[in-house]
Design a protein around this ligand. Structure first.
Ligand code: HSE
Length: 306
């Protein structure tokens, strides 16, 4: 095989209580990527539908991943990577993670599947570093493993796959502003009050337990962030109004990744539809343009199209 086309999903990182460690994979939207082996060295990148993404492979998320894999594989040739981006960059639903994870997955398929999923996340982290200035894996892990994941440790990398509850649906509210992850990370205070840390790890542990015990009430109680979100809310237009309105039917809402999107987790599709309707009533009245969509949790991750 010298060419592969894949569908690479978006994802929600942090999930309020798990900054940089917790994440889940969305069914929609997905990027389409085609990667092929070329007979000359180097990496070529083409973005079919624009956005302001660098195509110079040295500055591009996909390029960073491809170069690391070429080096590790001692690969004689190069790769041509074509991306049809449906996950808007800077939207908070793992656009750069999708490009990085898709590159790692595709190159692995084209070179004899030598790497485990964990190793693919490691390669993809070189891409995330370019995009956000930090090697985090909370978007990459669910894209590569599917479902909910916990990055227990980054060094050494250790990823725990968590059970997914098939009644869960997610509403994403995306304001049309671009928020760079790098910038949203820079504003975070590096000092944490112990009392807040205790609340946060209590919630994270409770969230994980709720997935294993299928306890929706517990899950709902744990989607809270007392450390990061309070510092980032000022970057998200109409945050409180949207979250308050979703709370009637959603189990919980929060900032998706570094924002500006907001996720609302719901039990059942019907509740998700009601949440979407309520939020739309608000966003339709605002000057900011919004896109809203509803997605199940994607337990498969990246899929091969052909
Ligand atoms: N955990 C990351 C953050 C996710 O909140 O900055 C964004 O990619």
């Amino acid at each position: 095989m010298s060419r592969i086309s894949i569908s690479v999903p978006s994802s929600v990182a942090n999930v309020s209580c798990g900054y940089d460690v917790l994440g889940f994979c969305l069914g929609y939207p997905c990027d389409e990527m085609t990667v092929e082996i070329k007979q000359t060295q180097g990496v070529e990148i083409e973005h079919v539908n624009g956005w302001s993404i660098p195509t110079d492979p040295k500055l591009n998320v996909c390029g960073a991943v491809a170069f690391e894999m070429i080096k590790k594989l001692n690969f004689k040739y190069g790769f041509k990577i074509k991306i049809i981006k449906h996950i808007k960059p800077g939207s908070g639903i793992g656009s750069s993670a999708a490009s990085a994870a898709g590159t790692a997955f595709a190159i692995n398929q084209l070179t004899g599947n030598k790497f485990s999923k964990l190793e693919l996340v490691k390669f993809a982290m070189y891409g995330e570093e370019i995009a956000s200035g930090a090697k985090h894996a909370d978007n990459l892990s669910p894209v590569i493993f599917g479902g909910f994941t916990l990055v227990r440790s980054i060094n050494p990398l250790d990823i725990v796959t968590l059970p997914s509850l098939n009644e869960l649906f997610v509403v994403i509210t995306h304001p049309y502003i671009e928020l760079k992850t790098k910038d949203a990370r820079l504003i975070i205070n590096k000092e944490i009050e112990l009392e807040k840390a205790v609340v946060q790890w209590g919630n994270l542990a409770g969230f994980v337990a709720s997935l294993y015990s299928k306890n929706y009430e517990l899950l709902s109680k744990t989607i809270k962030d007392v450390i990061i979100e309070p510092q980032r809310i000022k970057l998200i237009p109409n945050y409180k109004e949207i979250v308050d309105s979703a709370s009637k039917y959603a189990l919980g809402s929060g900032i998706s990744g570094a924002g500006p999107s907001i996720f609302s987790i719901c039990k059942g599709k019907k509740n998700a539809e009601l949440v979407l309707k309520r939020i739309k009533e608000i966003t339709d009245k605002k000057n900011t343009t919004y896109s809203l969509f509803l997605s199940p949790i994607n337990t498969s991750g990246i899929e091969i199209i052909n």
